[in-house]
Design a protein around this ligand. Structure first.
Ligand code: UD1
Ligand code: MG
Length: 474
């Protein structure tokens, strides 16, 4: 659904100096996605598809992150009204309403954007709609000043406000809607005779009023939704709020989170029904979990898909390209990367499977390693259906283990194994009967000779007497 009546201008030209970062502020991530992309996503959900992101010089990385959204360059940072005007050329042919948002408010919801649109499209068609809120600590936010009749009179920036105005609890969130037919004229009328010497977007409210045009207020009750991120500590607060939202969504969709607060999700994590997630599980980007999956405690999962009925963990790591099939068991201290583990296979203990396929029903024993890297390139391992890989096997890729084949424990496999064969590279067992006892006796006597004075000489009587000379080769 594309809507041609509203375009959004997202301001992101600020340097974000308080982040103390080489990265532009709006590219810092919340739930694994740049803040500005959360804003764009909320706009898309609210069916605002025409968006211009205003960026500063040398912000090519922001342009790349927001593509296919258009960008406009604000060469000099002269204030929020000046920043919106930087988007004018990109919107010349567009006559609809303009929604202004900030790129550093990642928690703004599509519902609030929709409420702003409903208000400006209302029968009285206000020239400006302001999104206000009443924060616990109004701090240095701009104050929304109402006239005696309750209509919107002005927004006064904190630095320019009188003591009386600073006592006003209603603040400006920064989100604003401007009616299409007057938007650019109002912005053109903004001057910079104020405490900061900047062109304040907020001045459009008073300018509209002087021109006999009405403004309206939409109030948002959850102040978290409009919080701006300016420093790392605020980024962490935004992350915590976003994580709460994502966890609530997962639970609402039918997942059990045993200890929700310890589960970290990515913005795009999808979790099916009747999934159980244990404590301390981390989901990175690109994870899809099917129905009836059990993710046990302390797993790290990124770029992986898990099909219904599988069990993963505790203490498993699924890296990008891990595809875990139906009813598969991935156990503790197992790492899977770029590998397909087919239906019902088991990889239960202390194993690395990388660049591989594990066929349906195969059993990969404890300590198995796919040796996928030769120091220069990666190679593939293919394990057939129903194969049995004994513990502590090293499968040196490229290598294929046929369907139903058995690899003996401790083997190093460097060549292909036919289906149903047994392959074993274990060294023969050598047994020397009584050697240990004789060795103890010999070493014990030596120790007694070296330290005669300090301690009592060691007794030999614990050595088993009369050990037979049985010798066996295996
Ligand atoms: C702004 C509002 C204030 C409101 C507050 C809410 C104005 C004048 N003031 O103040 O009323 O309470 O947000 O957080 O609008 N930007 C540019 N180019 C510029 C200046 C800013 O792109 O030349 C961008 C910034 O990157 C940022 C946003 O606009 O994303 C807001 O700018 P900022 O300097 O943070 O405004 P505040 O002083 O916080
Ligand atoms: Mg700010």
């Amino acid at each position: 659904m594309t809507d041609k009546t509203t375009a959004a201008v997202v301001l992101a030209a600020g340097l974000g100096t308080r982040m103390k970062s080489a990265r532009p502020k709006v590219l810092h991530e919340v739930a694994g996605r740049p803040m500005v992309c959360h804003v764009l996503d909320a706009l898309r959900t609210a069916a605002v598809d025409r968006t211009v992101v205003v960026i500063g010089p040398e912000m090519g990385a922001v342009a790349a992150a927001v593509a296919p959204a258009a960008t406009a360059l604000q060469a000099e940072r002269l204030g929020t009204a000046h920043a919106v005007l930087a988007a004018r050329d990109a919107l010349t042919a567009f006559g609809g309403d303009i929604l202004v948002l900030f790129g550093d408010t990642p928690l703004l919801t599509a519902e609030t954007i929709a409420a702003m649109r409903r208000r400006i499209e209302g029968p009285d068609r206000p020239a400006v709609v302001v999104l206000g809120f009443q924060p616990r600590d109004p701090a240095a936010y701009g104050r929304v000043i109402l006239a005696a009749d309750g209509s919107l009179a002005a927004i006064v920036e904190y630095k320019d406000a009188t003591e009386a105005e600073r006592r006003v609890p209603l603040c400006n969130s920064g989100v604003m809607a401007l009616r299409g037919d007057v938007a650019w004229a109002l912005l053109d009328a903004v001057g910079n005779a104020n405490a900061k010497g900047e062109y304040y977007l907020t001045d459009v409210v008073a300018i509209a009023r002087r021109r006999g045009l009405g403004s309206a207020l939409v109030e948002v009750s959850d102040e978290g939704e409009v919080m701006g991120v300016n420093a790392r500590a605020e980024l962490a607060v935004a992350e915590a709020i976003m994580q709460d939202r994502l966890r609530s969504r997962a639970m609402a969709n039918g997942a059990t989170l045993i200890d929700p607060a310890s589960v970290h999700l990515s913005w795009d994590t999808t979790i099916g029904r009747d999934v159980t997630i244990g404590p301390h599980v981390f989901f990175g980007r690109g994870v899809r979990i099917g129905d009836d999956v059990d993710i046990r405690a302390y797993c790290h999962i990124e770029g992986a898909t898990v099909e219904p009925g599988a069990i993963v963990g505790p203490f498993a790591r699924l890296r990008p390209g891990a595809r875990i099939g139906r009813d598969v068991h991935i156990g503790n201290f197992v790492e899977i990367k770029e590998a397909l583990v087919e239906t019902g296979a088991k990889v239960n203990h202390l194993t690395y499977v990388g660049d591989a396929r594990v066929g349906a029903g195969a059993n990969v024993g404890a300590g198995t390693i796919t040796c996928n890297y030769d120091g220069f390139a990666k190679h593939r391992t293919d394990i057939g259906a129903g194969a049995f890989i004994g513990s502590n096997a090293a499968l040196v890729a490229p290598v294929t283990i046929g369907d139903g084949a058995v690899v003996g424990a401790g083997s190093v496999i460097t060549g292909d194994v036919p289906a149903d064969a047994l392959v074993i590279t274990r060294a023969p067992v050598k047994e020397v009967a009584g050697w240990a006892a004789k060795n103890r006796a010999r070493k014990g006597a030596g120790a007694a000779k070296r330290k005669p004075a300090a301690t009592a000489p060691r007794s030999d009587t614990s050595a088993p007497a009369g050990a037979s000379g049985r010798k066996k080769a295996g």
